[in-house]
Design a protein around this ligand. Structure first.
Ligand SMILES: Cc1cc2nc3c(=O)[nH]c(=O)nc-3n(C[C@H](O)[C@H](O)[C@H](O)COP(=O)(O)O)c2cc1C
Length: 376
């Protein structure tokens, strides 16, 4: 069998990855006061045995009002830090998979109910809600309570929150951080002309709209260890006329690379409720290909990648350097094992599971040497 492109190793800054499969951040809406608990251990622990190259902890708010819901994770104080440290240390005992975290601020999309209770906006008068903040006073939907425009001091607080969270992520020993500039959350709200109507130097021209997200990248980059990667997740387009478009993403990507971003994860949409999204398999791949034409740093494609041959083709053709999986790996947490069996790759597996290897796939499982049951 020819060598699989999906199972070729890749190095990002000093981070060596075994293959090209990333686990995308996925909100669990299961935190209390921003703190992780045993759900996060079970959920992330399971994914850490999946054979993927890297695991990204869900959108984690850098300040309490940066959450999407009251049950989102945070990394804004010692309590949130300690709860995450217990989970990360447990996972590290049993898996060598690199772990990173997505740092986020929801902006005007915050203060909502958890999805399985309908996800509606909770007004500031609700005990579980708060007043949202955004670049401009424009609600996500007309009927919602409008966000308050961030003033300079509030922008500084949020920027400091990103830096402080990056320092905590470094203290946790996390291998990378991802800054969330996608899906209509705060930093994306600064980029898009649909949500940014500011008349100061953070609004108007493209350079002005990019200014704040780039400042956040600068503070995160200098707060996080120099040898470890900082990634940015962006939405390549708003899928809405008059919004953020692909050409602007190319200009933004160029700036990101110049300012020390090591990898760009390209998603799309999430800013406008009436977006016209072309939801077909591999829909982000043309955006990934376009970004690769303007930057040299690795590009990760994400969105409706479900099939092993589809993933192999995306990497094999060079359209993207990595793929990220969300729903497919929740549905099948051994997706990378099955992909390795199908494509002739190898994945790391816990010693305890090595006997599971079917005879016809002999040799796909490699022991994860971090796991040493003799020391228990
Ligand atoms: C349960 C769930 C939670 C998600 N949470 C996040 C998140 O925390 N941050 C983020 O950037 N995207 C989040 N997403 C989006 C995914 O990371 C991914 O970009 C999207 O689902 C498309 O990939 P897929 O087709 O492989 O699911 C979430 C998706 C799902 C299904």
């Amino acid at each position: 069998m020819p060598r699989s492109a999906l199972f070729e190793p890749i190095k990002i800054r000093s981070l060596s990855l075994n293959n090209r499969i990333a686990i995308a951040p996925m909100c669990q809406y299961s935190a209390v006061d921003g703190c992780m608990n045993d759900w996060h251990l079970v959920h992330l622990g399971g994914l850490s045995l999946s054979g993927a190259a890297m695991l990204t902890i869900e959108a984690t708010a850098v300040v309490p009002e940066g959450r999407i819901t009251y049950a989102d994770l945070g990394l804004w104080n010692d309590r949130t830090y300690s709860s995450m440290s217990l989970v990360v240390e447990s996972i590290r005992r049993w898996s060598s998979m690199p772990i990173g975290i997505q740092l986020s601020h929801a902006g005007r999309k915050g203060s909502t109910e958890v999805p399985w209770k309908g996800g509606r906006q909770l007004p500031p008068t609700d005990g579980l809600g708060w007043q949202t903040l955004a670049p401009s006073r424009i609600p996500y939907r007309q009927e919602m309570v409008a966000p308050l425009p961030l003033d300079r001091q509030q922008m500084k607080n949020v920027r400091d929150g990103f830096a402080a969270a990056a320092i905590r992520a470094a203290r946790l020993g996390l291998d990378f951080v991802q800054i969330d500039v996608a899906h209509g959350y705060l930093l994306h709200q600064f980029l898009s002309p649909l949500t940014n109507r500011r008349d100061d130097e953070y609004g108007g021209s493209l350079n002005n709209r990019m200014r704040y997200p780039l400042e956040v990248l600068d503070v995160v980059r200098s707060a996080f260890p120099a040898q470890k990667p900082v990634s940015v997740r962006l939405s390549a387009t708003d899928w809405f006329e008059g919004g953020w478009q692909e050409e602007q993403s190319l200009a933004f990507a160029y700036e990101l690379q110049k300012r020390g971003c090591d990898v760009i994860d390209v998603s799309s949409g999430g800013l406008h409720p009436d977006q016209k999204m072309a939801l077909e398999p591999s829909y982000p791949v043309p955006f990934a290909r376009a970004l690769k034409s303007v930057v040299q740093i690795p590009i990760v494609a994400v969105g409706l990648i479900t099939d092993f041959d589809q993933a192999e083709a995306i990497i094999g053709t060079g359209d993207a350097d990595m793929i990220a999986l969300a729903r497919a790996i929740l549905f099948d947490p051994r997706w990378p094992w099955h992909a390795a069996a199908h494509l002739g790759g190898k994945v790391r597996a816990p010693l305890q599971y090595l006997r599971s290897e079917p005879i016809r796939f002999r040799g796909i499982l490699e022991p994860d040497f971090r796991i040493d049951v003799s020391s228990l």
